[in-house]
Ligand binder design. Structure first.
Ligand code: CS2
Length: 495
């Protein structure tokens, strides 16, 4: 079977959409750090849609952790298939916007040289929450992070995403070039401001003038990004091969829905993103907060409770009426009242989310979403909880999400099997759980003391403590399925 490559585009397989521009004319304008599945289903598709109009915005991707995307895409000339799936069927499309992929570990110098060249006007990022090397509770740079310690000692050979940005910007400043715009596309709260704070702090630790220059000259637009992209499986690869007759080592599975809201603050030009369906807005923070609290807050709650209750996929979890009622109630009664979005149909947004979660063609594993919870909880659940506590309002369902996370990170499931907990704090959390034995109160005390997750305020809040602990006891005594059933039938929490 032939492998997907540029030469195949001349005679594309039937039933597959292909780029409608001359790829030979496309030149790099964007470097993207963190070339994972999400980027390739999201920004790379928006860019693919506008290259016919302006071919100077091709993307060079860089992987910071694993070289697997480079190894897979290089023999394919950067091409890959996006499969858009729902109950109606699957639509396939080959994306051509990624011109090449670099491995930041082995090609660091080439990557920095490219980022310091005039053609590159935007550096975008999807490095996940933990890639920002920050304290998730405060949003500040974690100056004790091992990669940041390394980057400060070896500034011209950076390892972290912030370190790579700072060094590339320093080189542009030294040669008198305009800086590039830094475009965070991660699910961080206020992702533009947060990235700016982290990058300028790291730069200032290196050199105060560099810090001031970045503060003054570089723009960090905020973005709200949304598309559900489960990890690709061997079965997905086989499906793409069977339909196209072409082998693609790195296809992407996703849903029809896609959304991108971008603040119009660029310091060195930008592609006409609005021509490919993105929304350009003066202030994206309300959209970002809505998405993080509604979609991602529900996702994380479904991930921990669903996993504990034995649901492998999100769609399985929401097909259980008690889980669907829980998430519906979480959004309607606890999240929506915290959002101030005049003119936005929040009820419609919620209903669309419930539909998206139940997409039967997307096999989105609860275990995948459960990853890195220590980095996700603050913006997904804890911010909403803080707002409600301040207003004296109940937090029943939000607190159940937090309790389920606490139960999950013990690393032992309800049948006594071990859970593969992937989280930068996994070791610490499992040690806390081992000390706590099966005592929910000791587990709660140990975990709530993680300041980078809960800050200093939540451990002091009596309603927070009481509600989470009550749920945690129920999760130990009754299990996740029973706890969800009891809450949604109104017999659960006394709180
Ligand atoms: C998910 C997100 O894995 C996760 O944590 O909640 O990746 C989610 O699918 C996207 O943010 C949707 O836009």
């Amino acid at each position: 079977m032939p492998r997907l490559s540029a030469s195949l585009l001349a005679h594309p397989p039937t039933g597959v959409a292909v780029p409608r521009y001359d790829r030979a004319q496309v030149t790099p304008g964007i470097v993207h750090l963190g070339i994972g599945a999400f980027h390739r289903a999201h920004m790379a598709v928006y860019v693919d849609d506008l290259l016919a109009q302006d071919p100077s915005w091709g993307i060079i991707g860089a992987s910071l952790r694993r070289p697997d995307t480079k190894q897979a895409l290089e023999p394919q000339d950067g091409l890959y298939t996006v499969a858009v799936r729902d109950a109606e069927g699957t639509a396939l499309r080959i994306i051509g916007s990624i011109l090449g992929v670099m491995d930041a570990n082995t090609e660091r110098e080439d990557l920095l040289a490219l980022m310091a060249s005039p053609a590159i006007r935007i550096v975008s990022l999807t490095v996940t929450e933990k890639g920002y090397c920050h304290d998730p509770a405060t949003g500040e740079l974690d100056e004790g992070h091992p990669d940041i310690v390394w980057d400060l000692a070896n500034p011209t050979q950076p390892k972290s995403a912030p370190g790579i940005l700072v060094e590339a910007l320093a080189r542009r400043r030294a040669t008198g070039l305009l800086p590039f715009t830094v475009l965070s596309c991660d699910n961080l709260p206020s992702n533009g401001h947060t990235t700016r704070r982290i990058v300028t702090r790291l730069a200032a630790l290196r050199n105060a003038e560099l810090g001031d220059w970045i503060k003054r000259e570089v723009r960090f637009p905020g973005t709200m990004v949304d598309r559900i992209v489960p990890a690709t499986t061997d079965a997905d690869r086989a499906m793409v091969e069977a339909v196209t007759g072409v082998s693609d080592a790195w296809p992407i599975m996703t849903e029809p829905f896609t959304q991108w809201v971008i603040e119009d603050r660029f310091c060195n030009g930008r592609p006409p993103f609005e021509h490919s369906g993105a929304t350009i807005a003066a202030d994206v923070e309300p959209f970002e907060r809505m998405k993080l609290r509604m979609l991602n807050g529900s996702h994380s709650t479904l991930a921990y409770l669903g996993f504990l209750a034995g649901h492998q996929y999100v769609a399985d979890a929401v097909s259980d009426p008690a889980f669907a009622a829980l998430i519906q109630g979480l959004m309607t009664d606890e999240v929506m009242p915290t959002l101030d979005m005049p003119g936005v149909d929040l009820g419609g947004y919620r209903d669309r989310l419930l539909e998206r979660f139940s997409n039967p063609a997307l096999q989105h594993r609860t275990w995948q979403i459960a990853m890195d919870g220590s980095q996700k909880l603050p913006q997904r659940l804890l911010g909403t909880i803080r707002d409600r506590l301040a207003a004296g309002q109940p937090i029943t369902r939000l607190a159940l999400g937090v309790a389920a996370w606490m139960r999950y990170v013990t690393g032992i499931d309800e049948t006594g099997e071990s859970i593969d907990v992937r989280d930068p704090l996994a070791m610490r959390m499992m040690a806390i759980a081992a000390d706590a034995g099966n005592d929910p109160e000791a587990l709660f005390e140990g975990l709530v003391a993680l300041g980078e997750v809960f800050g200093t305020d939540l451990p002091q809040s009596a309603p927070f403590r009481a509600t989470v602990l009550e749920h945690l006891e129920s999760l130990y005594d009754e299990g996740a399925a029973q706890t969800v059933a009891a809450i949604t039938s109104g017999k659960g929490s006394r709180l």
